[in-house]
Write a protein that binds this ligand. Structure first.
Ligand SMILES: [Zn+2]
Length: 435
């Protein structure tokens, strides 16, 4: 049996945080009775007809049970099922799903990231509620108010209304490939580096920071680490812990009103690989797999930064070592070409510092090293521990093991900082000339 103390996540969330901006989630339930709970929820929302969005693999992992439970509760189910081949969510498929859902009261997605993104985007277009039935604990986007879609060949995150209900049966989720679960573990643990980036940007650049998002994780990280061997063996009760951790990680972004608590330098490295893949048709790996490898790298950077002594930060030397503007522009153009490069340049220019500002910033870094040493480890885990946990769960921790070009991964370490205006450890490492 699953501990009822944490299965009704939605109720706990509302009790602690009320209804923060952007949260339309009304029910969130993890348990072997998930399909029954979902049927009861849909009836309570006066849903009598729904469109089930799924693909062949995900249907096998729970679609049949969902259909049976909904039919038994008197909800008429129509199906929009994709094939078994992997595909990306794109505008054309959103329209296809929206077209199939025109006459429906709600959309029910049975699947992982791509299927849920398609249903969320189509639900948004139709102004219909969307309910998710995750079939993999592979990433933390189930609760989010964005969808990742390929638009004109490029992966873009677009705002959308979040799901109104999320129901998951760990026994179904445990049938997903182990590599997907490991990707979810890595996506969750990435908050050790992303939250550190966020807290540091507050200390060094006065970016607003909300400590409540951290409080919500209390206990789950320890539980996930302790359960790593069982997660690696695919035991449903341990998979339920991964699911809970991922949903909480998604909630943390809702509380913060931004992805900052769960998306720092490690995510920029992964986005860089995804953008290269979309633009130049290169292979890319699962989001969480890429993020996990990059998290180990970013935590290593933080460990090196926190080990610095003030006398090692020579501001004049560091200023002289910064690449000239013309060089950065050439890199951006080389990476992204004219059209996408113009957008990347806009992102970079929003956070780029002129020489005088960079001098003041580096002086502040030097002056606040001790404070950083005191405060930043609150969110951090040792890079070696994170690598061990991801490996134990069956995921990659070395860039060579990713299904993405190693040369692009290496480029990303110094150039991913340009693709987004958010300050991360990748900026700080370059400013401090850490190689
Ligand atoms: Zn992520």
């Amino acid at each position: 049996m699953y501990d009822p103390g944490w299965t009704r996540l939605g109720e706990r969330f509302h009790a602690e945080f009320g209804a923060p901006r952007g949260l339309s989630l009304q029910a969130c339930h993890i348990g072997t009775d998930a399909t029954v709970e979902m049927a009861r929820f849909l009836r309570s929302q006066s849903v009598s007809r729904c469109l089930l969005v799924t693909d062949d693999n995900c249907y096998r992992a729970g679609g049949g049970d969902v259909t049976r439970a909904l039919s038994a509760a008197g909800v008429k189910v129509s199906e929009h099922r994709f094939g078994a081949e992997a595909f990306d969510a794109c505008e054309r498929l959103v329209d296809e799903v929206a077209c199939a859902g025109t006459e429906m009261d709600a959309l029910v997605a049975v699947g992982a990231g791509t299927i849920c993104d398609l249903a969320k985007a189509a639900g948004d277009e139709l102004k219909r509620p969307v309910v998710l039935y995750p079939t993999a604990a592979s990433m933390n986007g189930y609760t989010s108010s964005i969808t990742a879609l390929k638009v004109r060949g490029l992966k873009r995150t677009l705002p959308c209304t979040p799901a109104t209900g999320i129901f998951a049966n760990p026994e179904h989720v445990a049938t997903a490939p182990q590599r997907m679960t490991a990707a979810g573990v890595a996506d969750f643990l990435s908050k050790c580096s992303s939250s550190t980036d966020w807290r540091a940007s507050n200390l060094l650049l006065d970016v607003p920071f909300d400590p409540r998002s951290r409080e919500f994780f209390a206990g789950i990280q320890e539980k996930l680490i302790a359960d790593a061997p069982r997660i690696g063996r695919g035991e449903p009760e341990a998979i339920a812990v991964v699911l809970e951790a991922l949903l909480l990680s998604g909630f943390s972004m809702v509380i913060a009103g931004s992805s900052a608590p769960a998306s720092g330098g490690e995510h920029l490295i992964s986005h860089y690989l995804d953008m290269k893949s979309a633009l130049y048709d290169m292979p890319h790996d699962l989001h969480g797999a890429q993020v996990g490898v990059a998290t180990v790298y970013c935590l290593n950077l933080w460990e090196r930064i926190l080990a610095l002594q003030p006398e090692e930060i020579d501001v004049d030397d560091l200023l002289a070592m910064q690449p000239p503007d013309t060089q950065v522009r050439a890199w951006i153009r080389e990476d992204w070409g004219a059209e996408v490069g113009a957008e990347v340049l806009r992102q970079w220019e929003a956070k780029k510092m002129d020489a005088a500002t960079l001098r003041r910033f580096l002086e502040r870094v030097r002056a606040r090293l001790e404070q950083m040493r005191q405060e930043l480890p609150q969110d951090m885990l040792p890079a070696t521990l994170v690598a061990e946990v991801i490996s134990e769960c069956g995921g990659p921790v070395e860039p060579e093991k990713l299904d993405a070009p190693i040369a692009e991964y290496r480029n990303a370490l110094s150039r991913a900082r340009y693709i987004r205006d958010r300050f991360t450890v990748l900026d700080l490492a370059e400013d401090l000339a850490l190689k």
